[in-house]
Design a protein around this ligand. Structure first.
Ligand SMILES: *Cc1c(COP(=O)(O)O)cnc(C)c1O
Length: 391
């Protein structure tokens, strides 16, 4: 068999394996989206699946801002940032978010995935040690692989284990990387303890706050602020613009020296076309709405409390989460898929999350709430969960 045929055969075998295990995933086409209302396969559903936590993705002011910037700048940025693609709306957004979160500098990436690859592979090298939570997002793990540094993964939120891994690293430069809010569990990292550990051991702490930014903390600044921390405690932070801001892209925040180094050495920054400037303008508009309307976060928190009270009454197994990510633990992948389908029949879109996204035997329904939901919609989900529950 030729090498090309061997690759195709192997890919087909892996695919068949996924299928046989009942774990094949497919992208469903959404035919229409109006806030939390989706149409999929001709069926109208209320979505409990999006990361649009504040309901800003279709906010008129955000959309208008994108339209106006597209009129002025066109659609594409036409080049990489270092070759003429870095436009005023990009620079403006970097300045705004850095100032708001109290960092010297910020650097825009086209996605959060690329930002994490860029940070870790841009700063770490062979001989260094990257210490990470076992449940960290895939792109933090992939960043360490790309960097060629040693990767040590500690059990979820186990700060003592992280300390032992740092101690075992000897004199090697060490980076601690953690999600601020864990994307499939909804719980928070023990940021105060990790910040103290990093300070004590001289490690660099990097927090991926994809799900905390815009949602947590007294002003929506994120999970560090929720824990009473700030830029001094978290020297390097990544925030995404595609979740609470409803836009797309990401920013890395840190001291000027670190960010300047990323401009040179983060290949996912250097060697890619800058994001459309209109998207950066939209993110600035979304940030303005977020800061002006704290009532969105208050409503969201009230919905989280309402959902948790209701699901507890129905004796579903909630996970330890105070964030808008409210997974229901199911266990077996088949059962999670069956429940997801039963909810779909009742008009609720709630995807089942299965291995390999989560560990074997820990399949769940990942429910996300948004400020765009009404109390009645949350009650509707609870009623559907009651009717759909397995016998
Ligand atoms: C979504 C997510 C990312 C990736 O961000 P994108 O902008 O979607 O590429 C990174 N880290 C975490 C924890 C996430 O949840």
């Amino acid at each position: 068999m030729s090498n090309a045929a061997a690759i195709a055969t192997r890919a087909a075998a892996r695919l068949a394996g996924r299928e046989a295990a009942g774990l094949r995933r497919v992208a469903r086409t959404v035919e229409h989206a109006d806030g939390v209302h989706l149409r999929i396969d001709g069926r109208d559903l209320v979505s409990f699946a999006s990361n649009d936590y504040l309901g800003l993705s279709q906010h008129p002011e955000v959309v208008r801002s994108m339209q106006a910037a597209a009129n002025r700048w066109g659609v594409g940025s036409t080049a990489a940032h270092l070759l003429g693609g870095h436009r005023a709306p990009h620079a403006e957004l970097e300045r705004e978010v850095a100032a708001w979160l109290g960092y010297e500098s910020a650097l825009l990436f086209s996605t959060g995935y690329l930002a994490n690859l860029g940070v870790i592979a841009g700063l770490m090298q062979r001989g260094d040690v990257c210490v990470q939570d076992k449940l960290n997002h895939a792109c933090l793990i992939d960043g360490a692989t790309l960097a060629g540094c040693a990767l040590r993964r500690y059990p979820h939120n186990d700060v003592d284990a992280a300390a032992r891994q740092l101690d075992a690293a000897g004199d090697a430069p060490t980076l601690i990387a953690t999600d601020g809010v864990f994307s499939m569990d909804g719980d928070l990292a023990p940021l105060p303890a990790l910040a103290a550990l990093a300070r004590d051991r001289g490690a660099l702490l990097f927090v991926d706050d994809a799900h905390g930014f815009g949602v947590l903390g007294p002003d929506g600044q994120g999970s560090p602020e929720h824990c009473g921390l700030g830029a001094r405690d978290v020297p390097l932070r990544m925030v995404t613009l595609g979740k609470a801001l409803g836009c797309g892209g990401a920013l890395v925040l840190g001291a000027r020296e670190l960010v300047d180094a990323l401009v040179q050495f983060a290949r996912p920054f250097v060697y890619t076309t800058a994001m459309p400037p209109a998207l950066a303008a939209a993110a600035s508009a979304a940030l303005a709405v977020l800061r002006r309307e704290p009532e969105r976060r208050a409503h969201l928190q009230a919905l989280v409390a309402r959902f948790r009270a209701g699901a507890t009454q129905l004796r579903y197994r909630l996970m330890e989460s105070a964030t808008p990510i409210q997974p229901l633990w199911i266990g077996e992948a088949d059962a999670a898929v069956a429940l997801s389908q039963a909810l779909m029949q009742r008009g609720c879109y709630v995807p089942a999350i299965r291995p390999p996204t989560v560990p074997e035997g820990s399949a769940r329904l990942r429910i996300t709430l948004s400020a765009a939901h009404t109390e009645a919609q949350v009650d509707g989900l609870l009623e559907a969960l009651d009717q759909a529950r397995p016998a």
